[in-house]
Design a protein around this ligand. Structure first.
Ligand SMILES: Nc1ncnc2c1ncn2[C@@H]1O[C@H](COP(=O)(O)OP(=O)(O)OP(=O)(O)O)[C@@H](O)[C@H]1O
Ligand SMILES: N[C@@H](CCO)C(=O)O
Length: 318
């Protein structure tokens, strides 16, 4: 019987935590915003079929698809060959979008293989495998998309600790509007814009912003958490890739958004809103002013408490 697995979209950095903070989001209307992987059965040789809204953005040769690359990596990690699989990737996240698209495929694939074969890898072994696979795409290992997509929620990376990452508190009424303009930005290219070293004043401002945000979440000081959201690391050097950001920010703040930031490496933006009403106005504005082509999409979301998991057949009506 076919098994369907799902992993949600994610926003890396969340403005104050470059490479250290990431959140999984889901539309409030109950839609799935993330990739689905179907395991239809076993075969002599693994085969991958592509479907879904953004299948046209994937490499034509499925051998280059991250799903099959992850299956090879998974077998290497186990140190033994596994049977071939009949796979289908339902690609719902645009590639190079800032929504953690490659991470989402990696997470859903690694999670599915581990579940299907009886969970031979522990949670932290699987997370490490996912981060290595993601590092192969973006040029350096970072967990801020794979961790939330795998585990759900808002995740703070803890480099050097055994736990690897920890879920942070949030505000349940916060809404996040994710808007993808339909154009592409390569994560590798956007990472090349980040300087290898930061001046001391920027390093202190970065540490201060992240600490202030995390401490405001723990003390449930909403105003302080919102005020802390200021990107001093990535936005200043990536602004030339997304020059509309300052104008969009002013317009959305006038509509009630508390913050507008770059989702991951962009070009998707995320707007944090304190109410549903403000989020609806912000979503309407972004749909009208930020969409560039037919591939564009805007979703009114909340934090996704759950990450990768088994789901029902997404094509069935019940
Ligand atoms: N299943 C897949 N999903 C996404 N990208 C894939 C997949 N398989 C192969 N790729 C390739 O991996 C690369 C992903 O590039 P990149 O890291 O810039 O995008 P991304 O992860 O979608 O970005 P972001 O994290 O900003 O959403 C592209 O070259 C793409 O063709
Ligand atoms: N932290 C990563 C996220 C990529 O989606 C970056 O900003 O490069």
């Amino acid at each position: 019987m076919t098994q369907y697995y799902y992993a949600p979209a994610s926003t890396g950095n969340l403005s104050v935590g470059f490479d250290l903070l990431g959140a999984a989001f889901e539309p409030v209307d109950g839609q799935l915003l993330g990739d689905v992987l179907a395991i239809h059965g076993e075969a002599v040789q693994s085969r991958l079929r592509l479907s879904g809204r953004y299948q046209h953005q994937l490499p034509a040769d499925t051998d280059d698809n991250l799903v099959l690359r992850c299956y090879r990596l998974f077998q290497q990690r186990l140190g033994k060959p596994l049977p071939g699989l009949e796979l289908e990737l339902i690609k719902a996240l645009p590639v190079g979008s800032g929504l953690g698209s490659s991470a989402c495929s990696i997470v859903v694939a690694c999670y599915a293989f581990n579940h299907y074969f009886g969970e031979p890898l522990s949670q932290s072994e699987l997370l490490q495998l996912m981060a290595e696979a993601e590092g192969g795409v973006s040029g350096s290992v970072h967990y801020d998309n794979v961790a939330p997509s795998y585990l759900g929620g808002l995740q703070l990376m803890l480099p050097g600790s055994r736990q690897l990452c920890r879920a942070l508190p949030w505000f349940d009424h916060w809404r996040v509007v994710l808007s993808y303009p339909g154009t592409t930005l390569s994560t590798k290219a956007a990472r090349a814009a980040i300087p290898a070293q930061l001046p001391l004043a920027t390093s202190i401002a970065f540490a201060a912003g992240l600490s202030r945000f995390v401490s405001a979440l723990y003390s449930q000081d909403e105003a302080d958490a919102m005020a802390a959201l200021n990107d001093v690391v990535a936005e200043p050097v990536r602004l030339h890739l997304m020059p509309e950001l300052p104008q969009l920010r002013s317009a959305l703040q006038a509509l009630g958004a508390a913050h507008l930031g770059i989702s991951g490496a962009g070009p998707t933006v995320f707007a944090l809103c304190p109410t549903d009403c403000a989020a609806r106005d912000v979503a309407a504005y972004l749909t009208q002013h930020y969409h560039k082509n037919q591939d564009a999409m805007t979703h009114l979301c909340r934090l996704a408490p759950k990450g990768a998991r088994l789901v029902k057949d997404p094509n069935s009506c019940n």
